[in-house]
Design a protein around this ligand. Structure first.
Ligand SMILES: *Cc1c(COP(=O)(O)O)cnc(C)c1O
Length: 222
């Protein structure tokens, strides 16, 4: 079943768009069946669960952390994460920089843009993200984040069945990304646009997603 779901999604996913299989709440045995079907990139959103799975599953898995990350949980996540997609505060960003410096690592991150209507959802404003990139861009800048690789933006659309609403959210983040690309042409790593989940990934791909994060459509309900 997992194998069929993956096959179906890859059949429709344009080449070059990365599929993060979101395996949160599902046991390692289920992740292994996706692994045996060829899937190598997985996403988790809880630090404890993430660390436990990363320790016991094959070492060539590319793990993305996609949930809210408290700074006291960094040491569970950063040793294993290929990318932290959900950086949503300056406090977290500063802590990632400090961890990278202390551990001799450069951590790949996406900056989460607050999208959608929900007040509860995390993420930066556009101005905050622009400010961060201003601080690391340009030859004169003293980069405050030498141990952070800024790889792009992540966003979650409004949770609604109204596809036009979802599309409007994705258009907003795509257009913001395009403005950043023209403002900061020196930031060569800033390439990724991680948008799209089980219910809206086709809309996201249409709006230029380079990463989609799909759970339910691969693994079934949680
Ligand atoms: C759970 C989760 C997903 C996957 O959601 P599905 O609807 O199950 O595909 C994607 N992104 C984030 C940030 C999530 O927390």
């Amino acid at each position: 079943m997992v194998e069929d779901n993956l096959k179906r999604i890859y059949g429709e996913l344009p080449p070059g768009v990365k599929l993060v299989a979101v395996s949160k709440f599902h046991p390692s045995s289920v992740i292994l069946s996706a692994y045996q079907a060829g899937q190598r990139c997985f996403g988790e959103n809880r630090p404890q669960e993430f660390a436990a799975k990363a320790r016991e599953l094959p070492g060539d898995i590319e793990w993305h952390f996609i949930g809210h990350l408290q700074t006291n949980k960094l040491k569970l996540v950063l040793p294993y994460a290929s990318m932290v997609e959900s950086v949503d505060s300056l406090h977290l960003l500063d802590s990632i920089e400090n961890w990278g410096k202390a551990n001799g690592r450069i951590i790949s991150v996406l900056l989460e843009l607050h999208l959608g209507a929900e007040e509860t959802k995390g993420g930066f404003t556009e101005d905050e993200i622009t400010g961060i990139l201003e601080s690391v861009s340009g030859t004169d800048a003293v980069n405050p984040y030498p141990h952070v690789r800024f790889c792009g933006l992540m966003g979650m659309a409004t949770n609604t069945d109204d596809n036009s609403r979802v599309e409007a959210d994705f258009i907003r983040i795509r257009e913001f990304k395009e403005r950043l690309d023209s403002s900061f042409p020196d930031l060569k790593d800033f390439r990724e646009l991680s948008i799209g989940m089980s219910n809206d990934w086709k809309i996201a791909v249409h709006q230029g997603a380079t990463i989609v994060r799909i759970g339910t459509a691969i693994f079934g309900p949680r």
